[in-house]
Design a protein around this ligand. Sequence first.
Ligand SMILES: Cc1ncc(COP(=O)(O)O)c(C=O)c1O
Length: 420
Amino acid sequence: MTSAHLTFDQTDDKVAERVVKMRSSAVRDLFAAASRPDIVSLSGGMPDVSLLPHSAIRTATRAACDDQRAVALQYGSTDGRVETKRVFCDLMRDAGVRTKPENIMITTGAQEALDLIAKTFINPGDIILAEGPTYLGALQAFSAYEPDVRCIAFDNEGMRMDLLEEELERIGKNNPRLKFLYTIPNFQNPGGVTMIPVRRQRLLELADEYNFMVVEDDPYGRLRYDGGHVLPLKALSDEVLYLGTVSKVFAPGLRTGWIAAPKSVLAKINLIKQGTDLCGSAFNQVIVEHYFTDTPWQKTLQKFVKTYRTRRDAMLAALEEYFPAEASWTHPEGGFFVWVTLPPYVDTGSMLSAALEHGVTYVPGDGFFPGASGGKNSMRIAFCFADPEKLTEGIKRLAEVIEERLELYRVFIEAGAIKG
Ligand SMILES: Cc1ncc(COP(=O)(O)O)c(C=O)c1O
């Protein structure tokens, strides 16, 4: 008797090679553990949607359910509703970018935009440049198309242009394999660092000189807690492919984001999107439009900023108080994340089970490098979701776990078994 359904074992030898090479996201894997009440989760980058006023959500959803129901429940155009595009043009104008609805495509979050761009531009073996470490969802999206992702380290002023230039010299000018550079210039995920203006300028000069596209991913740009606004790369060059999303300023459940790019680029991506999902959710786009036009969303944004600033301050103070002298970490001016670096002999991947036993989670650093090629002694910790008391408790627990590891290694180092 034949079955229409293949068992897992049978599909194993049918699966495409690119899937065999793919890894599950460490953050997704930690999701179940992170929701246990006894655990302080420092792993997920989830916005605190409990801060959204009920009245705003009701106002935003009413139109989709009532007078705009007919369009909201129907298929829409692949590139999205023009009304939603206008809202995103306004948001971008606020950030210093002038663009038009015809230069916008609505996507199912910035995550779909990453997949669409990868699917449109990457052939196996093509070179993609990115900060290292970088957003693991981007690495996952890219890896399905089998590129050669090369990482450029950052310091406190963002991606290091000297290292980028060295890598570009190795790649050579007009190398057809070099497709794009992917960057999160504001409050980088996972690094928390922001690229300073002179480096943004230099990056665009290099893009011209070496002929590659720049993909700017900016989910956190409006969540700034200190310092002044820095102009997006897109404000400096119209050629940039800019990715926006409502996930961190409204709600990720809406799964609505956008790409702002030259029309010729969007036309190619449109072909791919047709085969992916025909069009995004019109229902959610109507809700997004009304949220940004009929509710005091800027006041809500201020509430987000104030709350996250307090949480960031609590995390940085706890790190200062409890973490050992051997650890170092970044000091983000915005966003959700702090990147912690431990001595090279500490493996944060194997330390995770001890952390879970102590009631705390984080994301091991190697997931943020292609093929786990770096970051083994690093971790990402998020301050966005827990309240200050919980964050302090989480850091205290984590410090205990790290201290235990360091103690163990000190014994080995003293015995000469490993190098300090
Ligand atoms: C840098 C970065 N890009 C993209 C995304 C995905 O965002 P979205 O919810 O819009 O798909 C995230 C989500 O955490 C992110 O941190």
